[in-house]
Design a protein around this ligand. Structure first.
Ligand code: PRP
Ligand code: URA
Length: 212
């Protein structure tokens, strides 16, 4: 698995405000969206394209357009929804699938309560959006759904990642053949005893949408 940390100063600047516990939900939502748009630049570096003939007002030329089949974007509900707009803004022709997952706060095991993915992902490039990679359990399960459907390559995009979560992806997905590239805004220090990322930003879903 490749790991790319987008250490651009604008990303770190916005992450700082996102982490700050004084940041309210509307601002948190705006920042998560903006951060996704910035991370999309890194995440889509290897998006597949094909040549495209056009004419400028001056001369014919060959450009490029996104190749078919279209990329698939998969936000992991709830918190991944906060990144969706920022990604579709950059890839408006992509399709969107959904996975709903919830981590048990005691066992830290993830369960899947919703799955709206295409049955066949043969040859599809897939971008999985979730702000937090903590133990990695949710992301491992999400990636397995995509591998089982034949995805060509998979790019998980997170705002923060814990070293423990990255190690878990590497260990648990070692047998997987599609290439995986993790793109993250930051690799934080560690997980605490409750499974929260340190320093992190707290509970991303709650900060986006409130405690429900
Ligand atoms: C959070 C986060 C990830 C998961 C990460 O979601 O958005 O999906 O926890 O933890 P893990 O790497 O240890 O699996 P949560 O389960 O809290 O659900 P929510 O998005 O609905 O708040
Ligand atoms: N999920 C969150 O929302 N935050 C964490 O720090 C870990 C998991």
């Amino acid at each position: 698995m490749r790991v790319l940390t987008a250490d651009h100063p604008l990303i770190q600047h916005k992450l700082t405000y996102l982490r700050d516990k004084r940041t309210d939900s509307p601002t948190f939502r705006r920042l998560a969206e903006e951060l996704m748009t910035l991370l999309a630049y890194e995440a889509t570096r290897e998006v597949r394209t094909q040549p495209f003939e056009i004419e400028t007002p001056v001369a014919p030329t060959t450009g490029i357009k996104l190749a078919k089949p279209k990329p698939l974007i998969v936000p992991i509900l709830r918190a991944g929804l906060g990144m969706l707009e920022g990604m579709v803004r950059m890839l408006p022709s992509a399709e969107v699938g959904f996975l709903g997952m919830q981590r048990n706060e005691v066992t830290l095991e993830a369960t899947t309560y919703a799955n709206r993915l295409p049955d066949d992902l043969t040859d599809r490039q897939v971008f999985v959006l979730d702000p937090m990679l903590a133990t990695g359990g949710s992301m491992v399960d999400a990636i397995r759904f995509l591998v089982d459907r034949g995805a060509r390559d998979i790019t998980p995009v997170t705002l923060l990642a814990a070293p423990e979560g990255i190690a878990r992806l590497e260990a648990d997905l070692a047998d997987v053949s599609p290439p995986i590239t993790l793109v993250t805004g930051s690799i934080d220090e560690k997980l605490n005893e409750l499974g929260y990322i340190v320093p992190g930003l707290g509970d991303a879903g709650d900060r986006l949408y409130g405690v429900v």
